[in-house]
Design a protein around this ligand. Structure first.
Ligand code: TRP
Length: 449
């Protein structure tokens, strides 16, 4: 795993499988299980799903290849990578933007991961509640208390502990077992969900093609979500790519990671929406609370629901942990490589800082009205906008500064037969930057005019 890389010389992943699992561990997280269904609900259903799919395949995969290639070629943290490939230029600020963005995403990511920890504990000790109304009250009550701060602290502490190097290799081994397990539980949830009464209305909302609700804000949201869910746009994949060995094929790795990420998001939606529409009174545009209000209703409706629910929240928390590690790792790698800090100090200081920055997010969902909406705003600015801008700059960098020829040469070092070089170069040089810029400009014009 990454921490072995910090000891002495820069290390590398054990094998391609290890790398794909670690990168998939970074990608698969709250973005898939919490964020994706939330946005599908907010942006009106199947139209968003379709746009999202296109964004992942046409923008996400090429940008992931670009980031991994930058990382492997430069063998450095994001700031160092830009410094190395474009010395004495301002490109290093793309890396700086990434580091800042990582810190701020981590701040609220840990808050939401804390919610899943809370659900794990209470599902185990108290069950899920007996009626939709009770489930709703339990959640609102939790948010209207200072408890989210405590779970935020617990989650952040675990993340810091892992990144400090506490469980050498442990994460690597555990993801190999836990990710397939998460998939299995998700599949079982889907099965139950689609067989609930009235489930078809949810399937209809989720999957029946409906282009009428697609607008520029839908496209921006889908694009932002694609970057977030694939861990792109802030150098996480540059960092992970910097530990990737010359033997491994970048393009197919990127494809495996993206497809597994898509699959988990798709299944999460398929578990949520049928269940949602079968419970009277629940609305799809619930926002951040969505999965915490819907899923307990499934757990309530199945045998061994309590056990099932506890396991589910545990697995989501673990998926969130492997993602949070990669967020923290970017900032830590920067402080180690560029500022000469020790790994221990970097992880501790950044963890405390991210915790403090997350306090308004933890309190704003019901306890302190002054902070209301803080979480969504930080999520929009850093979990979406900044990633999209970062993705745009990364495309421009590879396409126009470093050069796609150098990048393709790097990819071909491990895969001499890489035949998609031309197509990929076209995407990175023209299509991706143009598409991203067009949508950004449109949004900006919308805001200003
Ligand atoms: N991709 C993760 C998720 O979906 C979150 C995440 C981890 C992330 N590392 C990242 C998002 C880097 C953007 C950039 O939950």
């Amino acid at each position: 795993m990454t921490h072995s890389a910090s000891v002495g010389t820069r290390g590398s992943w054990g094998s391609k499988l290890t790398f794909v699992l670690a990168a998939a561990g970074s990608a698969i997280g709250l973005g898939n299980i919490w964020g994706f269904p939330m946005l599908v609900g907010l942006y009106g259903g199947s139209g968003f799903v379709l746009v999202y799919l296109i964004c992942v395949l046409l923008l996400g995969v090429p940008v992931m290849i670009a980031e991994l290639t930058i990382g492997r070629s430069a063998r450095s943290d994001p700031v160092g990578a830009f410094k190395k490939l474009a010395p004495q230029s301002r490109w290093r600020f793309v890396g700086v933007l990434g580091v800042v963005t990582g810190l701020l995403i981590l701040s609220y990511y840990s808050v939401i991961a804390g919610w899943t920890l809370r659900y794990m504990v209470t599902t185990l000790t108290e069950g899920v509640g007996d009626s939709p109304a009770e489930i709703q009250t339990a959640f609102t009550g939790f948010l209207a208390s200072p408890w989210p701060l405590v779970f935020h602290a617990v989650f952040m502490a675990i993340t810091v502990w892992v990144v400090m190097g506490g469980v050498e290799g442990g994460i690597e081994r555990s993801t190999k077992i836990l990710m397939p397990f998460l998939l299995l539980i998700l599949l079982l949830l889907v099965l139950r969900s689609v067989t609930l009464e009235g489930a078809w209305r949810g399937i209809d909302f989720y999957l029946r093609p409906d282009l009428s609700k697609i607008s520029f804000s839908v496209v921006l949201a889908a694009m932002g979500q694609a970057f977030f869910s694939l861990s792109l746009g802030m150098g996480a994949m540059i960092t992970y790519g910097s530990y990737l060995s010359e033997k491994e094929d970048i393009a197919s790795s990127a494809l495996y990671v993206s497809l597994s990420d898509l699959l988990v998001a798709f299944l999460a939606g398929l578990a949520i929406f049928p269940a949602l529409f079968s419970v009277p009174g629940l609305r799809p545009d619930e926002g951040p609370a969505l999965i915490f209000l819907v899923l307990p209703n499934i757990f309530h409706a199945i045998p061994f629901g309590q056990l099932f629910g506890t396991t589910f929240y545990l697995l989501v928390a673990i998926a969130a942990l492997t993602s949070a590690i990669s967020l923290l790792e970017v900032v830590v790698a920067y402080l180690i490589d560029q500022r000469g800090w020790s790994r221990r100090r970097a992880a501790l200081v950044v963890g405390v800082l991210a915790y403090l920055l997350g306090v308004p997010s933890a309190l704003g969902e019901g306890y302190v009205p002054f902070f209301s909406g803080f979480l969504s705003r930080v999520d929009f600015l850093f979990g979406k906008l900044s990633l999209v801008i970062g993705g745009l700059l990364i495309c421009l960098f590879v396409g126009w500064r470093w050069g796609t020829a150098s990048a393709v040469a790097e990819i071909q070092r491990s895969n001499p037969g890489f035949r998609l070089g031309k197509a990929w170069s076209f995407l990175v040089k023209y299509l991706c930057p143009f598409a991203i810029a067009a949508i950004l400009i449109h949004q900006l014009a919308d805001l200003l005019l």
